[in-house]
Design a protein around this ligand. Structure first.
Ligand SMILES: N[C@@H](CCC(=O)N[C@@H](CS)C(=O)NCC(=O)O)C(=O)O
Length: 223
């Protein structure tokens, strides 16, 4: 029997969550190894699988893949979650990067007092991303961002939409009917619905978790 892929990261969302979601969306069974201490991390590093000494690491197809974007693109190409021609690939990349920026704009969530930032956030970031993705979906006949089926761009967009729902509640996409449909469709796809309820889905990162990870990788933690 072929060995299952193994994802090594920390027991939180961070750079690992989209990889977990993509593996699950593609129906790939995988195991996880969570770094819990500095000793464990250093031991893993000494094992020589982490090219730049960083995580996440995905062991798959006899390879030790690092760099989250490289891992995601490898999976996308392997699993047919990419475009079907050069034009579509350009769109997948463009929407993937935009949705990554949208996701990165939630980085403040690791601070203790997010309430005042949340007020500001809605005004600043929603108008940049939500109307753009709404327009793309209006022009789509499949309900997906690119072409006829799901691509990495859709999975990538789902992550900030899930976070937006967690932070702002159910009505967060009011006024964006196509995005609402997209969100409903994506979250009810069997593999994704199973991921959201299953053991690979992590709770939202807390300041405590981020502090722990900083200790493990010996990085300064700023609140
Ligand atoms: N560009 C890398 C960055 C990975 C990264 O910074 N990982 C952090 C944990 S979230 C890490 O392993 N830091 C340890 C270090 O830099 O020594 C990626 O996208 O995967």
């Amino acid at each position: 029997m072929a060995t299952q892929p193994r994802l090594t990261y920390f027991d939180g969302r961070g750079y690992g969550e989209l990889i977990r979601m993509t593996l699950c969306a593609a129906g790939i069974e995988f195991t996880e190894c969570n770094m819990e201490s500095r000793e464990e991390f250093l031991q893993m590093k000494a094992g020589g699988k982490m090219l730049y000494g960083q995580l996440p690491l995905l062991e798959i197809d006899g390879q030790n893949l690092v760099q989250r974007r490289a891992i995601l693109h490898y999976l996308a190409i392997r699993e047919g979650l990419y475009g079907s021609n050069l034009t579509e690939n350009g769109l997948v990349e463009m929407y993937f990067e935009g949705s990554r920026d949208f996701m990165n704009s939630f980085d403040f969530l690791v601070f203790d007092d997010v309430e005042p930032i949340l007020q500001d956030y809605r005004k600043k970031f929603f108008p940049r991303y939500l109307p753009v993705f709404e327009k793309i979906l209006e022009a789509s006949s499949s309900g997906y961002l690119v072409g006829k089926g799901m691509t990495l761009a859709d999975i990538s967009l789902l992550e900030p939409l899930l976070t937006a729902h967690e932070q702002f509640g159910e009505g967060v996409l009011d006024g964006y009917p196509k995005l609402k449909e997209f969100y409903k469709m994506m979250t009810t796809l069997p593999n994704i619905a199973a991921f959201l309820k299953g053991p690979h889905r992590r709770q939202s990162n807390t300041p405590e978790h981020v502090k722990d990870v900083c200790e493990i990788v010996a990085m300064e933690f700023h609140r």
